[in-house]
Design a protein around this ligand. Structure first.
Ligand SMILES: C[S@@+](CC[C@H](N)C(=O)[O-])C[C@H]1O[C@@H](n2cnc3c(N)ncnc32)[C@H](O)[C@@H]1O
Length: 290
């Protein structure tokens, strides 16, 4: 794909294509989580304690793990599966609280970092670089965690598949810990389109590029899309779609019930902050019922 015509002019019909609203869950030009360049920069984002971009700030991670451990009160050496574990920030802290931890993530840079940390500190955490849509555990875990909105960025079909696999992976009565966006998560996102020029070695590409960012609403489906188009100097471009499904309490509870879970408790975050009407997040613990 190239913005320039054969004669070397900007082809406006192609620019129009870039700015168009895609169909719900339309495929983009690559896997954001696995792109070799972006995935390395995602690791840096996870480890950047100044922002909440890749992962929440470390203090919040520790508070969440402490809160969840004291809420669940499970015996030492209970099995915990951390899905989308990133560089292992939660996995390491759950291990520190006495859990026997397995962490899975699709980003090879994050898993390599997590494994190195575990080796260095002597943590017997099992890390695997794998697509969590392909796990096949049965009755193995007391707890499965999906932390920082993972359920929201999947298509409806993939979310159903993942919840089925999580349920199968859990022992009877096991817990799913997860958090999802509400519509208030988007309250500061006023502009529909933004752009900027990124210097070399930016988040999206090693070359200097133009970044076009569009936000689309799919009101009926309760989904938002962040569409990022990276345009290089030679006019070539690539687009990434980040889908964001949002919930309210009723829909979150219904989703869990449809998949054989009972929501035991919910908060404004996974640190036990009481739920408020305009919370940006719902943090919840759901128990496998059948
Ligand atoms: C928002 S980050 C959260 C990371 C971690 N839970 C935390 O809060 O520090 C989402 C994580 O899910 C991983 N991920 C996304 N899709 C995945 C998939 N299909 N299978 C496994 N991991 C995936 C990403 O690589 C990323 O590390």
């Amino acid at each position: 794909m190239n913005l320039f015509s054969a004669e070397g002019f900007i082809d406006f019909s192609k620019l129009e294509k870039i700015s168009k609203k895609p169909k719900l869950f339309a495929k983009d030009d690559g896997n954001f989580w696995q792109d070799p360049y972006i995935s390395e920069h995602l690791l840096y984002a996870h480890l950047d304690n100044e922002t909440d971009q890749g992962s929440r700030k470390y203090n919040s991670v520790i508070q969440a793990v402490n809160w969840l451990t004291s809420y669940l009160k499970l015996p030492e050496n209970s099995n915990l599966l951390d899905l989308g574990c990133g560089p292992g920030l939660y996995s390491e802290n759950f291990f520190g609280q006495g859990y026997n931890v397995t962490g899975i993530d699709i980003n090879p840079h994050s898993i390599e970092y997590a494994k190195n940390q575990a080796r260095e500190f002597g943590y017997p955490i099992k890390y695997k670089c794998q697509d969590y849509l392909e796990i096949d555990y049965e009755n193995e875990f007391d707890v499965v965690t999906l932390i920082y909105g993972d359920l929201c960025v999947l298509s409806h079909q993939d979310r159903d598949l993942l919840l089925k696999k999580v349920k199968k992976a859990l022992k009877p009565g096991g817990y799913l810990v997860c958090d999802v966006f509400t519509k208030f998560y988007f309250k500061n996102q006023e502009k529909e389109q933004e752009w900027y020029i990124s210097e070399q070695d930016g988040f999206w590409h090693e070359e200097e590029h133009l970044l076009l960012q569009s936000h689309f609403k799919y009101k009926k489906e309760k989904v938002r899309l962040d569409k990022y188009t990276i345009v290089l100097k030679d006019g070539s471009w690539r687009t990434h779609h980040i889908w964001k499904h949002y919930f309210n309490i009723k829909r979150a509870i219904d989703m869990m019930e449809q998949h054989g879970f009972l929501v035991k408790d919910y908060w404004s975050n996974l640190r036990g902050k009481p739920y408020e009407k305009k919370s940006s997040w719902i943090g919840m613990i759901a128990q496998k019922t059948q």
